[in-house]
Ligand binder design. Structure first.
Ligand SMILES: [Zn+2]
Length: 468
């Protein structure tokens, strides 16, 4: 979700609401503070999701494709370097409830950086992981994964044995060759959560019937692999919830009174990236619209005076919005007002590289630029479009949102959040309210705080407001 995605997405949304589009404001564009994050990896000029998410969630840059481990080489074949702790772990240690919501597989590169430690991001299940403990197992067996209260996303097959058939799509079966059924294992965890209030759900119907009051922890796996693109989603009882619906339900569960020390929630709109990788601006922009809906729902659900909300991206894409005196209000998936040197029109949205490459440009192809299946043209022919290396915006509102200004390393985001929320290194640096200090004991209740990480979103919440 680089800057060009935000600008084009804002116009797309505005035009859906029958405006000319340029003046529309996405929900996070109303946040008072904006900064720029530098997204390079330790060994790469242009970052990948795993290493960028590790910077965002663990506060340390690392090498390309590493998940939750640093960039050192200690000879360990499974991690490469030292494991890093994450915002989720810091929040749990401070007594907060935690949640992770994504519309990709829960074991995919971005969400996994919040709980797993592996050398390679594609070690999602036993079959992929070359003898190392795979990401799905780490989520179910290890801390902090097993203690996360709310887990919503896709990727059921990574948790199911190869002998089991998918409960919704009978043509697919589990991907685990070790025979483990990690969904059953997750149900049986003897951890900090009440087992009677532990629920596994996998359809929209079950999701809708999930009662926050009787839910202490929940695992929702709504798709065999990634969840559907929002506009392709089955909204029926056997279908999938939207990103906004999952986010609101997560906040309802996490913000119950029993979670006295508040919560941290990470939400990822991970399919913006997938639209871009196939040069489908339509998919990227409609997924950004789904994120916009989710952020709007967040703002309507939490108290903005005690909740920090941060929206950002893990990295950008080689996506541009160009034109030469293109009239305001021109459909954003349409054509510029001038033609190329051969007299062939071109779209205002273009990519630097990817599968949309056309050796000889022609007018026939341009008759369907508004279709969901249309691929914008590129300069270089690649099977998949690449990420881009420029800085990404970081939008923030709520307590201590002023920390997110200027140009900073991406890893700073995790530290600023931990500072604002009094977790991690800053756990003991918040002043206690006077009356609680007098009363003695460990009764400090830190600030309510919520973090939205654009492509990725985290929330943190608590009560006490006085000391900010
Ligand atoms: Zn990507």
């Amino acid at each position: 979700m680089g800057m060009s995605t935000v600008t084009a997405g804002r116009i797309y949304r505005g035009q859906e609401f029958r405006q000319s589009g340029e003046q529309y404001r996405l929900a996070f564009e109303k946040f008072p503070f904006v900064g720029l994050a530098k997204t390079y990896n330790v060994n790469a000029q242009v970052g990948d999701s795993a290493a960028c998410a590790t910077a965002l969630f663990c506060g340390a840059k690392t090498n390309f494709h590493r998940v939750g481990v640093d960039s050192t080489s200690d000879g360990n074949l499974c991690t490469g370097g030292r494991p890093l702790s994450s915002l989720i772990e810091w929040a749990q240690r401070a007594g907060k409830a935690t949640g992770l919501v994504t519309n990709t597989r829960l074991t995919h590169s971005t969400p996994s950086a919040a709980y797993a430690h592996v050398l390679r991001r594609d070690w999602e299940s036993h079959t992929d992981s070359t003898g190392c403990k795979d990401i799905a197992r780490q989520l179910v067996e290890d801390r902090p994964g097993r203690d996360i209260n709310v887990l919503f996303g896709g990727g059921r097959l990574k948790f199911m044995p190869s002998t089991a058939t998918d409960p919704v799509d009978s043509k697919q079966s589990g991907e685990r060759s070790d025979g483990r059924n990690l969904i059953d294992d997750w149900r049986a965890i003897r951890g900090r959560h009440d087992r009677r209030q532990r629920h596994y759900v996998y359809t929209k119907y079950q999701f809708d019937n999930l009662q926050p009051e009787t839910t202490d922890s929940v695992l929702g796996l709504f798709s065999p692999s990634h969840m559907s693109f929002e506009r392709d989603r089955n909204r029926g009882p056997s279908g999938e919830p939207s990103l906004a619906e999952m986010t609101v339900k997560a906040i309802q569960i996490l913000s119950q009174k029993k979670h006295k020390r508040g919560f941290l929630l990470i939400v990822e709109a991970g399919r913006i990236d997938h639209g871009h990788h196939v040069n489908s601006a339509w998919h990227a922009l409609t997924e950004l619209a789904a994120l916009d809906d989710a952020v709007r729902a967040v703002l309507a659900t939490v108290d903005p005076s005690d909740t920090l909300v941060v929206a950002t991206a893990d990295h950008s894409h080689v996506f541009t919005l160009g034109g030469n005196r293109t009239p305001r209000g021109t459909p954003i998936t349409g054509l510029d007002s001038q033609k190329d040197i051969n007299g062939v029109p071109y779209t205002t949205l273009l990519y630097g590289n990817g599968p949309g490459y056309v050796p000889e440009r022609n007018i026939t192809r341009l008759e369907r630029t508004h279709d969901s299946e249309y691929r914008q043209e590129t300069a270089v022919n690649l099977r998949y479009e690449t990420h881009a290396g420029e800085d990404v915006p970081v939008y923030a509102t709520g307590p201590r949102s002023h920390l997110f200004t200027g140009t900073f390393e991406q890893s700073y985001v995790a530290h600023a959040i931990s500072y604002a929320a009094c977790i991690g290194h800053y756990r003991n640096q918040c002043q206690r309210p006077v009356e609680e200090v007098k009363a003695g004991g460990d009764t400090y209740r830190p600030q309510a705080l919520l973090v939205v990480l654009g492509v990725t979103m985290a929330a943190l919440r608590a009560r006490q407001l006085g000391q900010w």
